[in-house]
Write a protein that binds this ligand. Structure first.
Ligand code: GDP
Length: 360
């Protein structure tokens, strides 16, 4: 499964957030395929549609899609100099498919900030500088090798050019995921180089009531990190919220004027940032969301349920969720001409409720 690595300076609330994620974790019994590891939090992707499907189909249980977060400790200012970013840190972050940067935006005088003042902007710069410097070190070595290989006609000139462009972006102090588009760099061309800042980023601002209410502050920050997405949450509050029964939690949330729990936002944004989407299946046993990559075709989507489904794919009967709810049942949807038979070239859409036809 694709994972999101959580990084951030010490004392910003990473452990608090990660503990909340672990407590929100899905039950291993329902997800035998998900390996439960101490530094991984596998949380459900919130999806109200599944509740509705379970009603329509009288399903016994609901299985949402999941999002996996990995706790990656060990980044401090100056890490890329001297001892370098620890090998364990580098290995962990390279394995992650997206990076979630946690930044402190709460003003508690009892909690010491490592740099003496609370400034999300400075924190982001500190961390991104470390990641950029580490990528530049990687690139320097790679470029020497690539130049040699290309000279003796053994290397890939396109890769060399892309690597040089990546170096230029990084030297300007920009992460690759933020700077590639403007500079005309196709990130897939440097995918083999394992550069950390080429991964998509999400920024979490661990804030307090004041920060949650301050839309001006949020807009400013969103601007600063765009095109990456920003999430504002109170890690301490979130860790209390996950301890409550769903009804109580909803009430608490409403009292603070938030529409959605921060962890739910994080799961949603994380899932989207990873380039993932879901499709839905439902029956008397379960209403379920299946994870696919954006742009996948019907046979590829069928393969997530079982490889035989992909190999023997004939057709997919697709009803869009809204049509199913409007008509009230599969039979009604069929009668109303809302059930589509899609072939092997069909690209899956968000909200597709699917039944696959296949040969075994
Ligand atoms: P880490 O070093 O980044 O893992 O940070 P921790 O999660 O250990 O948090 C550092 C300190 O800040 C702890 O004393 C937490 O209780 C406190 N803390 C974490 N999140 C918040 C928050 O949202 N508000 C306040 N006031 N304190 C927090």
């Amino acid at each position: 499964a694709l994972t999101i690595g959580i990084v951030g300076l010490p004392n910003v609330g990473k452990s608090t957030l990660f503990n909340a994620l672990t407590r929100a974790q899905v039950l291993a019994a329902n997800y035998p395929f998900a390996t439960i590891e101490p530094n991984v939090g596998v949380v459900p992707l919130p999806d109200e549609r599944l509740v509705k499907l379970a009603e329509i189909f009288s399903s016994e249980r609901i299985l949402p899609a999941t999002v996996s977060f990995v706790d990656i400790a060990g980044i401090v200012r100056g890490a890329s100099e001297g001892e370098g970013l620890g090998n364990k840190f580098l290995a962990n972050i390279r394995e992650a498919d997206a990076i979630c940067q946690v930044t402190r935006a709460f003003a508690d005088p009892d909690v010491v900030h490592v740099d003496g003042k609370v400034s999300p902007k400075d924190d982001i710069e500190t961390i991104n500088t470390e990641l950029i410097l580490a990528d530049l070190q990687t690139l320097e070595k790679t470029l020497v090798r690539l130049e040699k290989e290309v000279k003796i006609k053994k290397g890939d000139p396109t890769l060399l050019e892309a690597a040089k462009l990546a170096q230029k972006i990084l030297e300007e102090g920009t992460t690759l995921s933020a700077g590639a588009k403007v500079a005309g760099l196709d990130l897939t061309e440097v995918a083999s180089l394992q550069l950390m800042t080429a991964k998509p980023f999400i920024y979490v601002f661990n804030t307090d009531d004041e920060g949650l209410a301050n839309k001006e502050f949020q807009a400013e920050i969103r601007d600063m990190v765009a095109p990456a997405q920003a999430i504002f949450l109170d890690a301490k509050f979130e860790s209390e919220l996950v301890e409550l029964e769903p009804d109580e939690a909803a009430e608490m949330l409403a009292e603070t004027g938030q529409d959605e729990a921060g962890l739910d936002q994080l799961a949603r944004v994380g899932f989207d940032t990873l380039g993932l989407q879901t499709y839905l299946t439902a029956g008397p046993k379960e209403a379920r969301a299946w994870t696919i990559r954006k742009g996948w075709t019907a046979p590829q989507a069928a393969g997530v349920i079982h490889t035989d489904f992909e190999r023997g794919f004939i057709k997919a009967e697709v009803i869009s969720f809204d049509d199913l709810v409007d008509t009230g049942s599969v039979a009604n949807a069929r009668a109303a001409g809302k059930a589509r038979m899609e072939g092997k070239d069909y690209v899956m859409q968000d909200g597709d409720v699917v039944e696959f036809r296949f040969n075994v």
